[in-house]
Ligand binder design. Structure first.
Ligand code: DP6
Length: 320
């Protein structure tokens, strides 16, 4: 059987950085995200193919990606037949735009459908998490929390919807500083931070409180409260990266210029708040009514600026 799933990346409002179990991909901190419209991954899975193949954006995937995909497919169905995977992103991969989040969520949903397995959305979220942690939040649209969970097997560490896609008229204005592949991947970067940053313990201790503040702000539609906790989480995460040995520095000159531009917008009375992930791109949270003004300010520093509204969860269709 063949099935195609479409998923959107999510951007963390309160960040995930650090694992308590690398084998099961269990987080050391809870996190909160917004799924974005406007960017998407489309993945077609053919169950019972001549052999395992992964084609990513038109080219054969590298060995590491192929191995990761195969491992997740093994979890969808142990004793599976060979499987063909074709996946396309309509945005730069591996540049801090959370392509792994849409990638693995689309993969598990398409694979389960193609295998004829009916799994709950929470079970699918757990499987997506095994591929890439942030992917467990992309099963749902809108605002999603990834809870720590308590069980040793990780079956209760998955996404939990907080508010639906039409809850609030906010947008993320994305300034694409660079579409190049990042030098340090999230998986190895967060492991290095855990092992070497003197601030790691404080990060883990304070993260749950940040998620509580973020969740309440989302539910109350309080942009200032959400923006402030998002910036705090962002800069704390980047402080962890910068205090990792050797330091992990994703920022480029244009990144810093965009951060200052966001400050200036706020000085002018526009509610705009910046976040960044494992890459140089800057994403700015604001009300939809301010999106054009924010995009204009960012375009003074980068050419490619896109406005993304909240997006929906994963959709899937069985191919004839
Ligand atoms: C900075 O989910 O890519 O985007 O679980 O190792 O695959 P792995 O990491 P990944 O890390 C995302 C880190 C982040 C913050 C976030 O999305 O919460």
């Amino acid at each position: 059987m063949m099935a195609t799933a479409v998923a959107h990346p999510n951007i963390a409002l309160v960040k995930y950085w650090g694992k308590r179990d690398t084998a099961l991909n269990l987080p050391a901190v809870p996190s909160l995200s917004l799924t974005l419209d406007g960017f998407s991954t489309t993945t077609t899975v053919t169950w019972d193919a001549p052999r395992d193949t992964v084609v990513f954006n038109g080219v054969r995937a590298d060995e590491e990606t192929t191995r990761k995909v195969a491992a997740v497919l093994d979890l969808v169905a142990p004793n599976r037949p060979p499987v063909g995977v074709v996946s396309d992103n309509d945005f730069p991969s591996a540049a801090g735009l959370a392509s792994s989040s849409s990638g693995f969520s689309a993969l598990v949903v398409a694979a389960a459908a193609a295998a004829g397995r009916s799994l709950s959305i929470e079970q699918l979220s757990v499987l997506a998490r095994r591929g890439s942690g942030s992917a467990c939040r992309s099963l749902w649209g809108g605002f999603v929390e990834w809870t720590l969970g308590e069980r040793a097997d990780g079956t209760d560490s998955h996404g939990v919807p907080v508010a639906p896609v039409d809850h609030w008229d906010v947008v993320m204005v994305v300034a694409i500083v660079s579409g190049k592949k990042k030098a340090v991947g999230s998986t190895s970067g967060m492991e290095a931070s855990r092992a070497t940053s003197p601030y790691y313990d404080a990060w883990v201790r304070t993260a749950p409180g940040r998620v509580d503040v973020g969740r309440s702000a989302v539910l109350a539609r309080d942009l200032q409260a959400l923006g402030e906790v998002m910036e705090a989480s962002t800069f704390e995460m980047h402080a962890l990266m910068h205090t990792t040995r050797p330091p992990i520095i994703y920022w480029q000159p244009a990144t810093v210029a965009c951060l200052h531009a966001v400050r200036r917008l706020r000085d002018e009375g526009i509610g705009a708040y910046a976040t960044m992930d494992a890459g140089p791109n800057v994403k700015v949270l604001c009300l939809r009514s301010d999106a054009a003004a924010v995009a204009r300010a960012l375009r003074e520093h980068v050419e490619d600026v896109r406005i993304a509204k909240p997006g929906g969860g994963v959709s899937v269709r069985i191919e004839p």
